[in-house]
Design a protein around this ligand. Sequence first.
Ligand code: HEC
Ligand code: HEC
Ligand code: HEC
Ligand code: HEC
Ligand code: HEC
Length: 480
Amino acid sequence: MTANSRLCLLVLAAASAAAQDSLFVESAECSLCHTRLGEKSQLGQYTLWKGSVMAHAGRDPYWQAKTAEEIKQNPAIAKVVEEKCHRCHTPQRKPQANDGVGCTACHLIEDKGLGTPASFTGGLEINKEHLAYGPHKDAFVNPMIMHVGLTPAYGAHMQKSELCATCHTVITPTVDASGKVLGEFIEQAAYLEWKASSFGSGDMTCQSCHVPLADNPKQHYIAHNPMGRTFPPTSPRQPFGIHRFAGANFSLPVLLGSADSSMAERAHDMLSSATAIEVKPAWKDGVLEASVTLTNLTGHKLPTGFPSRRMWLDFEVLDASGKTVFRSGGEPQEPQLHHAVIDSSSKVQIYESEMADPAGRPTTALLRAASYLKDNRILPDGFDAAKAPAGIHPAGVAGDADFLPGSDTTLYRVAGLAPGSYTIRVRALYENIKPSHRGVLSPAQVKALAALAPVVLAEATAQTVRGVTAQKIQRSLASR
Ligand code: HEC
Ligand code: HEC
Ligand code: HEC
Ligand code: HEC
Ligand code: HEC
């Protein structure tokens, strides 16, 4: 990129930011009527949103540390980097930057170009007519116009994945140390992954899992007056989307020093529905051969999102006395290649993405990343590579015939086990910030994370007896 086009980028970014600033409203102003939804209901949009990860996107200590580091590594384009990193994490910018992804950052998005490349990487357009879009066609508009200057309005796009695609498709430039742009890199692609899967042509949207509909919508008014009573002209409404926005981030509350357990609980709930695990033991020439299949139950890759995430298998064989005789897992410190077969305890199956710089060296720097050295994250159901850009195709899995859309199977081969009965225990573990990505954090933050156990997504056990013993039993039975 020339100095001239770099300047252009800068000017464009600044102009669009300033123009959109004045259209947003602080989320606290919505709390007046969108907090108490009936005496018993805990489903107020404001209450739930406030405890979500998105509400903390601009205060997230990991994001702050990473942004500072990216700016430091790219001094020639510091302003561009700063704008880029703020675009989705503090879309409402000043004076409401503390809102993170506030109510109006979603509800004011115009249905324009959604789902097209121009809308990705935060390329959303905020409507200038002061409309707050929602799923209802005949909202009672007066209270909102009076109090916050916004008119509730129907917008079919609020229930489509393309709305979320704006910020959940993160494409970054590959830049060298002098600020020269060498290409671009798809850093996050929850939407593109979803689009290329069986979900992309079905009814399960991002909202289906992340803003789930209330079971009994007949009970739910969508707004209450500041006294907690209903506005006389309104009735309970359907659909009613529960603003949980649960994902996988259970580390953020620890980094924030927050005592509120609800954010971590939401993540634990979500993670417990992410995968199913199956183990099938067999013996071949006296060698234990156990196949472990992980199925992806989410609507995108597992894990999806930021490249610091990882999931791995902790596989153990215990003898009849309960002693571990083989283990592949524990807490691996370094990334590894993908394995089709694991025959030694030094090999661990880690499902993760590993970024490479233009010279093909591993990197964790977002703006140096040019390609993936490895991306063996489990594909969503029905993933069709022909429907996905090359930048999100799996990487480093060649030669593993059972790395398939929706699942992967790992074959564990354990030799040298004496005759006897064994228990196989396998767990799928998950962590938000893997050790190789912790360099930007302070020693105190690293310590706090180290004290946090990985989450167990799923677990399976199987009993097996080494064949020789079974034959012996048969022989002794026959001789009686
Ligand atoms: C990340 C995007 C996002 C944010 C942030 C967000 N909402 Fe929503 N909101 C939605 C979506 C999507 C729906 C539609 C849900 C459905 O019906 O499927 C919705 C629906 C609504 C509705 C209609 C009734 C309902 O609950 O379904 C109201 C009212 C509402 N939101 C208010 C708020 C308020 C107030 C805030 C801030 C405290 C907020 N929203 C934050 C995405 C968002
Ligand atoms: C297009 C929107 C967008 C842009 C631009 C963007 N991010 Fe993000 N970022 C996201 C989303 C969405 C997530 C959540 C992904 C997840 O939960 O896995 C995220 C997550 C993160 C996280 C992980 C936070 C945590 O608590 O684990 C870090 C760190 C981060 N971003 C840093 C940056 C930096 C640095 C930049 C600028 C180079 C940047 N982001 C630009 C959308 C964006
Ligand atoms: C003074 C009360 C009040 C305040 C403050 C308020 N709202 Fe509302 N909101 C309402 C009422 C009343 C409705 C319509 C209820 C109905 O018709 O059932 C509504 C409906 C909505 C809808 C649904 C629109 C649709 O057509 O589906 C959205 C979205 C919404 N509000 C967002 C917000 C946001 C964002 C804020 C803060 C910027 C906010 N509201 C502040 C009272 C309020
Ligand atoms: C079938 C249900 C389902 C659908 C559909 C779905 N998700 Fe998810 N999502 C999950 C589950 C379960 C998790 C937790 C496991 C994980 O991190 O992949 C998750 C995690 C996430 C995370 C958090 C990742 C992190 O690192 O913290 C983000 C962001 C996300 N989804 C965005 C989306 C977007 C955007 C869409 C639509 C394009 C979508 N999801 C569609 C189930 C779903
Ligand atoms: C204006 C940008 C923006 C929009 C629009 C947006 N998101 Fe996000 N979302 C973010 C950012 C930024 C983060 C990461 C915050 C962090 O980790 O610091 C995030 C995080 C999340 C997470 C992760 C929570 C966790 O625990 O890991 C989920 C789930 C999610 N968003 C769902 C959605 C869904 C569903 C939609 C559409 C209805 C949506 N988002 C629309 C910017 C956005």
